[in-house]
Design a protein around this ligand. Structure first.
Ligand code: AMP
Length: 408
Protein backbone atom coordinates (compact mmCIF):
# COMPACT_ATOMS: atom_id res chain seq x y z
CA UNK A 1 0.00 0.00 0.00
CA UNK A 2 1.09 3.59 -0.68
CA UNK A 3 0.64 6.66 1.53
CA UNK A 4 -1.30 8.29 -1.32
CA UNK A 5 -4.01 5.63 -1.02
CA UNK A 6 -4.76 6.37 2.63
CA UNK A 7 -6.78 9.56 2.08
CA UNK A 8 -4.35 12.04 3.67
CA UNK A 9 -4.13 15.65 2.48
CA UNK A 10 -1.38 16.59 0.02
CA UNK A 11 0.57 18.59 2.64
CA UNK A 12 0.95 15.40 4.66
CA UNK A 13 2.03 13.34 1.67
CA UNK A 14 4.71 15.95 0.96
CA UNK A 15 5.95 15.80 4.57
CA UNK A 16 6.05 12.02 4.54
CA UNK A 17 7.93 12.00 1.24
CA UNK A 18 10.42 14.50 2.59
CA UNK A 19 11.03 12.29 5.63
CA UNK A 20 11.82 9.46 3.24
CA UNK A 21 8.99 7.17 4.34
CA UNK A 22 8.39 4.91 1.35
CA UNK A 23 5.28 3.09 2.46
CA UNK A 24 3.04 3.02 5.51
CA UNK A 25 3.86 0.59 8.31
CA UNK A 26 1.16 -1.95 9.28
CA UNK A 27 -0.23 0.18 12.13
CA UNK A 28 -0.37 3.20 9.82
CA UNK A 29 -2.23 1.19 7.17
CA UNK A 30 -4.85 0.23 9.73
CA UNK A 31 -5.09 3.31 11.92
CA UNK A 32 -4.97 6.12 9.35
CA UNK A 33 -8.16 5.19 7.41
CA UNK A 34 -10.03 4.45 10.68
CA UNK A 35 -9.03 7.80 12.16
CA UNK A 36 -9.86 9.68 8.95
CA UNK A 37 -13.30 8.03 9.16
CA UNK A 38 -13.73 9.60 12.60
CA UNK A 39 -13.46 6.42 14.63
CA UNK A 40 -12.00 6.13 18.13
CA UNK A 41 -9.18 3.62 18.26
CA UNK A 42 -7.30 1.57 20.81
CA UNK A 43 -3.91 0.74 19.37
CA UNK A 44 -1.50 -1.79 20.72
CA UNK A 45 1.67 -1.85 18.75
CA UNK A 46 5.26 -2.40 19.63
CA UNK A 47 7.50 0.61 19.92
CA UNK A 48 9.22 1.39 16.68
CA UNK A 49 6.23 0.46 14.59
CA UNK A 50 5.52 4.03 13.48
CA UNK A 51 2.62 4.61 15.85
CA UNK A 52 3.32 8.34 16.26
CA UNK A 53 2.78 8.94 12.55
CA UNK A 54 -0.24 6.60 12.69
CA UNK A 55 -2.11 9.11 14.86
CA UNK A 56 -0.38 12.42 13.97
CA UNK A 57 -0.89 12.26 10.21
CA UNK A 58 -4.68 11.76 10.21
CA UNK A 59 -5.15 14.35 12.96
CA UNK A 60 -3.17 16.99 11.08
CA UNK A 61 -4.98 16.05 7.90
CA UNK A 62 -8.34 16.78 9.54
CA UNK A 63 -7.40 19.96 11.38
CA UNK A 64 -7.48 22.26 8.35
CA UNK A 65 -6.00 25.77 8.70
CA UNK A 66 -4.76 27.41 11.88
CA UNK A 67 -7.59 28.41 14.20
CA UNK A 68 -8.49 28.94 17.84
CA UNK A 69 -7.39 26.04 19.94
CA UNK A 70 -5.94 23.80 21.05
CA UNK A 71 -8.02 21.48 18.90
CA UNK A 72 -5.83 18.46 19.50
CA UNK A 73 -4.39 17.33 22.82
CA UNK A 74 -1.77 14.59 23.10
CA UNK A 75 -0.96 13.31 26.60
CA UNK A 76 2.39 11.63 27.20
CA UNK A 77 3.72 10.02 30.39
CA UNK A 78 7.23 11.52 30.32
CA UNK A 79 8.86 14.75 29.25
CA UNK A 80 11.12 12.96 26.78
CA UNK A 81 8.20 11.29 25.06
CA UNK A 82 6.32 14.56 25.00
CA UNK A 83 9.27 16.28 23.35
CA UNK A 84 9.71 13.47 20.86
CA UNK A 85 6.04 13.50 19.86
CA UNK A 86 6.10 17.30 19.63
CA UNK A 87 9.07 17.09 17.27
CA UNK A 88 7.22 14.56 15.17
CA UNK A 89 4.20 16.86 14.90
CA UNK A 90 6.47 19.71 13.81
CA UNK A 91 7.89 17.55 11.03
CA UNK A 92 4.57 16.20 9.85
CA UNK A 93 2.86 19.61 9.96
CA UNK A 94 5.70 21.36 8.13
CA UNK A 95 3.69 22.16 5.04
CA UNK A 96 0.65 23.39 6.95
CA UNK A 97 0.09 26.56 8.98
CA UNK A 98 -0.76 24.62 12.10
CA UNK A 99 1.02 25.49 15.33
CA UNK A 100 2.15 22.91 17.82
CA UNK A 101 2.85 23.61 21.49
CA UNK A 102 4.63 21.65 24.18
CA UNK A 103 3.95 21.69 27.89
CA UNK A 104 5.84 19.67 30.50
CA UNK A 105 7.14 20.02 34.03
CA UNK A 106 10.65 20.65 35.32
CA UNK A 107 11.11 23.86 33.32
CA UNK A 108 9.80 27.41 33.68
CA UNK A 109 6.27 28.48 32.78
CA UNK A 110 7.21 31.60 30.81
CA UNK A 111 7.70 30.25 27.32
CA UNK A 112 4.87 27.77 27.68
CA UNK A 113 2.48 30.54 28.66
CA UNK A 114 3.63 32.71 25.77
CA UNK A 115 3.12 29.87 23.29
CA UNK A 116 -0.31 29.10 24.69
CA UNK A 117 -1.30 32.73 24.56
CA UNK A 118 -0.17 33.05 20.96
CA UNK A 119 -2.40 30.08 20.17
CA UNK A 120 -1.62 26.46 19.33
CA UNK A 121 -3.65 24.02 17.27
CA UNK A 122 -1.95 20.94 18.67
CA UNK A 123 -0.81 20.67 22.28
CA UNK A 124 1.51 17.90 23.46
CA UNK A 125 1.67 17.68 27.25
CA UNK A 126 2.46 15.68 30.34
CA UNK A 127 -0.51 15.50 32.74
CA UNK A 128 0.86 17.31 35.82
CA UNK A 129 2.00 20.50 34.11
CA UNK A 130 -1.09 20.60 31.92
CA UNK A 131 -3.25 20.54 35.05
CA UNK A 132 -1.22 23.46 36.45
CA UNK A 133 -1.92 25.42 33.28
CA UNK A 134 -5.60 24.50 33.45
CA UNK A 135 -5.75 25.66 37.08
CA UNK A 136 -4.05 28.92 36.14
CA UNK A 137 -6.42 29.25 33.18
CA UNK A 138 -3.56 29.67 30.76
CA UNK A 139 -5.13 26.98 28.59
CA UNK A 140 -8.62 25.59 27.95
CA UNK A 141 -9.52 22.33 26.37
CA UNK A 142 -13.09 22.94 25.31
CA UNK A 143 -12.12 22.95 21.64
CA UNK A 144 -9.94 19.83 21.80
CA UNK A 145 -11.81 17.55 19.44
CA UNK A 146 -8.89 15.16 19.08
CA UNK A 147 -7.51 13.51 22.19
CA UNK A 148 -4.55 11.12 22.17
CA UNK A 149 -3.66 9.10 25.28
CA UNK A 150 -0.24 7.74 24.41
CA UNK A 151 1.53 5.02 26.39
CA UNK A 152 -1.53 4.71 28.61
CA UNK A 153 -0.15 1.73 30.54
CA UNK A 154 2.89 3.76 31.51
CA UNK A 155 0.66 6.64 32.64
CA UNK A 156 -1.12 4.09 34.81
CA UNK A 157 2.19 2.78 36.25
CA UNK A 158 3.27 6.32 37.05
CA UNK A 159 0.05 7.05 38.91
CA UNK A 160 -1.25 9.58 36.37
CA UNK A 161 -4.67 8.07 35.72
CA UNK A 162 -6.58 10.35 38.14
CA UNK A 163 -4.92 13.38 36.47
CA UNK A 164 -5.73 11.97 33.05
CA UNK A 165 -9.38 11.62 34.03
CA UNK A 166 -9.52 15.21 35.28
CA UNK A 167 -8.05 16.37 32.00
CA UNK A 168 -10.44 14.30 29.91
CA UNK A 169 -13.36 15.88 31.76
CA UNK A 170 -12.23 19.29 30.48
CA UNK A 171 -12.33 18.12 26.86
CA UNK A 172 -15.53 18.28 24.83
CA UNK A 173 -17.71 15.16 24.88
CA UNK A 174 -17.96 15.23 21.15
CA UNK A 175 -14.39 14.34 20.32
CA UNK A 176 -12.32 11.63 18.71
CA UNK A 177 -10.21 9.71 21.21
CA UNK A 178 -7.27 7.44 20.54
CA UNK A 179 -5.46 5.42 23.13
CA UNK A 180 -2.17 3.59 22.70
CA UNK A 181 -0.94 1.06 25.19
CA UNK A 182 1.35 -1.95 25.00
CA UNK A 183 -0.94 -3.86 27.34
CA UNK A 184 -4.53 -3.24 28.43
CA UNK A 185 -4.75 -3.91 32.18
CA UNK A 186 -8.21 -3.64 33.83
CA UNK A 187 -7.73 0.01 34.86
CA UNK A 188 -7.09 0.96 31.23
CA UNK A 189 -10.04 -1.13 30.09
CA UNK A 190 -12.24 0.85 32.50
CA UNK A 191 -10.82 4.10 31.17
CA UNK A 192 -11.54 3.12 27.58
CA UNK A 193 -15.15 2.23 28.43
CA UNK A 194 -15.59 5.59 30.15
CA UNK A 195 -13.69 7.81 27.76
CA UNK A 196 -14.18 6.27 24.35
CA UNK A 197 -16.95 5.82 21.86
CA UNK A 198 -17.17 2.36 20.26
CA UNK A 199 -13.42 2.16 19.75
CA UNK A 200 -11.89 0.04 17.00
CA UNK A 201 -9.10 -2.17 18.32
CA UNK A 202 -5.93 -2.25 16.29
CA UNK A 203 -3.22 -4.66 17.23
CA UNK A 204 -0.01 -4.98 15.30
CA UNK A 205 2.11 -8.04 15.69
CA UNK A 206 1.96 -10.12 18.84
CA UNK A 207 2.46 -7.30 21.30
CA UNK A 208 4.28 -9.70 23.56
CA UNK A 209 6.79 -10.61 20.92
CA UNK A 210 10.00 -8.70 20.49
CA UNK A 211 10.48 -7.34 16.96
CA UNK A 212 11.57 -10.14 14.66
CA UNK A 213 14.54 -8.11 13.52
CA UNK A 214 16.16 -8.18 16.97
CA UNK A 215 18.56 -10.97 17.83
CA UNK A 216 18.47 -11.37 21.58
CA UNK A 217 20.51 -13.60 23.84
CA UNK A 218 21.31 -14.16 27.51
CA UNK A 219 24.81 -14.13 28.97
CA UNK A 220 24.82 -16.16 32.18
CA UNK A 221 27.44 -14.73 34.54
CA UNK A 222 28.39 -14.69 38.20
CA UNK A 223 27.16 -11.54 39.98
CA UNK A 224 30.71 -10.43 40.74
CA UNK A 225 31.71 -10.56 37.09
CA UNK A 226 28.92 -8.45 35.62
CA UNK A 227 31.06 -5.37 35.34
CA UNK A 228 34.01 -7.14 33.73
CA UNK A 229 31.75 -9.07 31.36
CA UNK A 230 30.07 -5.86 30.24
CA UNK A 231 33.44 -4.27 29.55
CA UNK A 232 34.59 -7.40 27.72
CA UNK A 233 31.45 -7.42 25.58
CA UNK A 234 32.00 -3.79 24.63
CA UNK A 235 35.58 -4.73 23.77
CA UNK A 236 34.87 -7.87 21.75
CA UNK A 237 31.59 -7.26 20.00
CA UNK A 238 31.30 -5.04 16.98
CA UNK A 239 28.90 -2.27 17.95
CA UNK A 240 28.25 1.34 17.12
CA UNK A 241 25.97 2.68 19.79
CA UNK A 242 24.42 1.01 22.78
CA UNK A 243 21.78 1.64 25.37
CA UNK A 244 22.51 -0.10 28.66
CA UNK A 245 19.55 -0.67 30.95
CA UNK A 246 19.79 -0.83 34.71
CA UNK A 247 17.10 -1.58 37.25
CA UNK A 248 17.81 1.34 39.58
CA UNK A 249 18.95 4.94 39.27
CA UNK A 250 21.86 4.28 41.59
CA UNK A 251 22.84 1.23 39.51
CA UNK A 252 22.72 3.34 36.35
CA UNK A 253 25.06 5.92 37.92
CA UNK A 254 27.49 3.16 38.94
CA UNK A 255 27.55 1.67 35.44
CA UNK A 256 28.00 5.08 33.83
CA UNK A 257 30.97 5.82 36.07
CA UNK A 258 32.80 2.55 35.46
CA UNK A 259 32.21 2.90 31.71
CA UNK A 260 33.58 6.43 31.80
CA UNK A 261 36.60 5.22 33.77
CA UNK A 262 37.13 2.63 31.02
CA UNK A 263 37.18 5.54 28.51
CA UNK A 264 33.79 4.91 26.98
CA UNK A 265 31.88 8.04 26.07
CA UNK A 266 28.85 7.43 28.24
CA UNK A 267 25.89 9.44 29.47
CA UNK A 268 23.17 8.52 31.91
CA UNK A 269 19.44 9.21 31.89
CA UNK A 270 17.15 8.62 34.85
CA UNK A 271 14.51 10.51 36.75
CA UNK A 272 16.81 11.97 39.41
CA UNK A 273 18.72 13.88 36.75
CA UNK A 274 17.47 17.35 35.95
CA UNK A 275 15.52 17.95 32.78
CA UNK A 276 18.50 19.80 31.28
CA UNK A 277 20.88 16.93 32.09
CA UNK A 278 18.50 14.38 30.65
CA UNK A 279 18.08 16.36 27.45
CA UNK A 280 21.82 16.87 27.12
CA UNK A 281 22.38 13.14 27.55
CA UNK A 282 19.74 12.30 24.98
CA UNK A 283 20.83 14.89 22.42
CA UNK A 284 24.49 13.97 22.90
CA UNK A 285 23.66 10.33 22.34
CA UNK A 286 21.56 11.02 19.26
CA UNK A 287 24.30 13.18 17.76
CA UNK A 288 27.02 10.63 18.50
CA UNK A 289 28.84 12.62 21.20
CA UNK A 290 28.14 9.70 23.55
CA UNK A 291 28.38 6.14 22.28
CA UNK A 292 26.65 4.63 25.27
CA UNK A 293 23.48 5.73 27.02
CA UNK A 294 22.87 4.19 30.43
CA UNK A 295 19.20 4.32 31.34
CA UNK A 296 16.45 3.15 33.65
CA UNK A 297 13.14 1.92 32.26
CA UNK A 298 11.05 4.92 33.20
CA UNK A 299 13.48 7.30 31.56
CA UNK A 300 13.90 5.33 28.38
CA UNK A 301 10.48 3.95 27.68
CA UNK A 302 9.34 4.71 24.15
CA UNK A 303 12.21 7.05 23.32
CA UNK A 304 12.76 7.10 19.61
CA UNK A 305 16.47 6.79 19.31
CA UNK A 306 17.41 5.79 15.80
CA UNK A 307 20.27 3.51 14.83
CA UNK A 308 21.05 1.88 18.14
CA UNK A 309 23.10 -1.14 17.24
CA UNK A 310 22.90 -2.77 20.66
CA UNK A 311 20.72 -2.91 23.73
CA UNK A 312 22.41 -4.38 26.78
CA UNK A 313 20.40 -5.27 29.84
CA UNK A 314 22.92 -4.93 32.61
CA UNK A 315 20.10 -6.01 34.90
CA UNK A 316 17.29 -8.34 33.90
CA UNK A 317 14.07 -6.31 34.01
CA UNK A 318 11.62 -7.24 36.77
CA UNK A 319 8.59 -6.75 34.54
CA UNK A 320 8.46 -8.92 31.44
CA UNK A 321 6.84 -6.11 29.40
CA UNK A 322 9.92 -3.99 30.07
CA UNK A 323 12.05 -6.63 28.40
CA UNK A 324 10.07 -6.18 25.19
CA UNK A 325 10.20 -2.40 25.50
CA UNK A 326 13.89 -2.35 26.21
CA UNK A 327 14.92 -4.52 23.34
CA UNK A 328 12.54 -2.57 21.12
CA UNK A 329 15.15 0.21 21.21
CA UNK A 330 17.13 -1.74 18.66
CA UNK A 331 15.82 -3.29 15.48
CA UNK A 332 13.53 -0.28 15.08
CA UNK A 333 11.83 0.45 11.79
CA UNK A 334 13.14 -2.72 10.22
CA UNK A 335 16.84 -2.28 10.98
CA UNK A 336 18.25 -5.32 12.67
CA UNK A 337 19.88 -5.12 16.04
CA UNK A 338 21.25 -7.10 18.91
CA UNK A 339 20.12 -7.28 22.49
CA UNK A 340 22.19 -8.85 25.25
CA UNK A 341 21.02 -9.57 28.76
CA UNK A 342 23.43 -10.31 31.60
CA UNK A 343 21.84 -13.06 33.63
CA UNK A 344 22.84 -14.01 37.17
CA UNK A 345 21.51 -16.86 39.29
CA UNK A 346 19.32 -14.51 41.31
CA UNK A 347 17.56 -13.42 38.09
CA UNK A 348 16.35 -16.93 37.23
CA UNK A 349 12.79 -16.21 38.28
CA UNK A 350 12.63 -13.00 36.23
CA UNK A 351 14.08 -14.73 33.17
CA UNK A 352 11.55 -17.54 33.47
CA UNK A 353 8.68 -15.05 33.55
CA UNK A 354 10.07 -13.12 30.57
CA UNK A 355 10.28 -16.35 28.58
CA UNK A 356 6.72 -17.23 29.52
CA UNK A 357 5.57 -13.76 28.55
CA UNK A 358 7.20 -13.74 25.13
CA UNK A 359 6.55 -17.48 24.70
CA UNK A 360 10.10 -17.95 23.53
CA UNK A 361 13.21 -19.48 24.94
CA UNK A 362 16.05 -16.97 24.82
CA UNK A 363 19.35 -18.57 23.75
CA UNK A 364 22.11 -18.67 26.39
CA UNK A 365 25.51 -17.79 25.00
CA UNK A 366 29.05 -17.30 26.24
CA UNK A 367 31.75 -14.90 25.22
CA UNK A 368 34.53 -17.23 24.11
CA UNK A 369 37.42 -15.08 25.21
CA UNK A 370 36.10 -14.33 28.69
CA UNK A 371 37.46 -16.08 31.79
CA UNK A 372 34.28 -17.05 33.54
CA UNK A 373 34.01 -17.75 37.23
CA UNK A 374 31.66 -20.47 38.28
CA UNK A 375 27.98 -19.73 38.59
CA UNK A 376 25.23 -22.19 39.38
CA UNK A 377 23.76 -21.29 35.99
CA UNK A 378 26.56 -23.22 34.29
CA UNK A 379 25.51 -26.42 36.07
CA UNK A 380 22.26 -26.25 34.20
CA UNK A 381 24.21 -26.34 30.97
CA UNK A 382 26.60 -29.07 31.97
CA UNK A 383 23.72 -31.22 33.11
CA UNK A 384 21.85 -30.60 29.88
CA UNK A 385 18.14 -29.93 29.67
CA UNK A 386 16.35 -29.93 32.95
CA UNK A 387 12.75 -29.63 33.80
CA UNK A 388 11.68 -27.48 36.73
CA UNK A 389 14.21 -28.40 39.35
CA UNK A 390 15.50 -26.67 42.37
CA UNK A 391 19.16 -25.76 42.32
CA UNK A 392 20.59 -24.25 45.44
CA UNK A 393 17.36 -22.56 46.25
CA UNK A 394 16.96 -21.05 42.76
CA UNK A 395 14.04 -22.30 40.78
CA UNK A 396 15.17 -22.86 37.23
CA UNK A 397 13.09 -22.87 34.08
CA UNK A 398 12.97 -25.68 31.60
CA UNK A 399 15.54 -26.81 29.04
CA UNK A 400 18.58 -24.57 29.19
CA UNK A 401 20.16 -25.08 25.88
CA UNK A 402 23.18 -23.00 25.23
CA UNK A 403 25.58 -25.17 23.32
CA UNK A 404 27.95 -27.77 24.71
CA UNK A 405 29.21 -26.57 28.08
CA UNK A 406 32.80 -25.43 28.15
CA UNK A 407 33.63 -24.72 31.76
CA UNK A 408 36.74 -22.78 32.41
P1 AMP B 1 7.46 5.38 16.48
O1 AMP B 1 6.97 3.96 16.61
O2 AMP B 1 6.36 6.33 16.20
O3 AMP B 1 8.33 5.78 17.63
O4 AMP B 1 8.37 5.44 15.16
C1 AMP B 1 9.58 4.77 15.06
C2 AMP B 1 10.47 5.28 13.93
O5 AMP B 1 9.98 4.88 12.65
C3 AMP B 1 10.59 6.80 13.86
O6 AMP B 1 11.96 7.10 13.70
C4 AMP B 1 9.81 7.18 12.64
O7 AMP B 1 10.37 8.35 12.02
C5 AMP B 1 9.97 5.98 11.75
N1 AMP B 1 8.84 5.76 10.83
C6 AMP B 1 7.54 5.94 11.11
N2 AMP B 1 6.77 5.62 10.04
C7 AMP B 1 7.61 5.22 9.07
C8 AMP B 1 7.43 4.75 7.72
N3 AMP B 1 6.21 4.63 7.19
N4 AMP B 1 8.53 4.41 7.02
C9 AMP B 1 9.76 4.52 7.58
N5 AMP B 1 10.00 4.96 8.84
C10 AMP B 1 8.95 5.29 9.58
Amino acid sequence: MQFAELGLRAALLDAVAELGYKEPTPIQEQAIPALLAGKDIIGSAQTGTGKTAAFSLPIISQLGPHGPGPRCLVLEPTRELALQTYENFLKFARFTQLRTGLVYGGVGYGKQKEDLERGVDILVATPGRLLDHLDQRTVRLDLARFLVLDEADRMLDMGFLPDVRRIIMKCPKDRQTMLFSATIPPAIETLTTWAMNAPVKIEVGGRRQPAETVKHVLYPVAELQKETLLLALLEEVHWESAIIFCRTKRGADVVESFLSRAKHKAAVIHSDRSQVERQQALDGFKKGKFEVLVATDVAARGLDIADVSHVINYDVPEHPEDYVHRIGRTGRAQASGDAFTLFTASDAGFVASIERFITQKIPRVKLDTFKYQYTVLFDEVRLGPVSERKTRGVRMGKGYFFGPAKRK
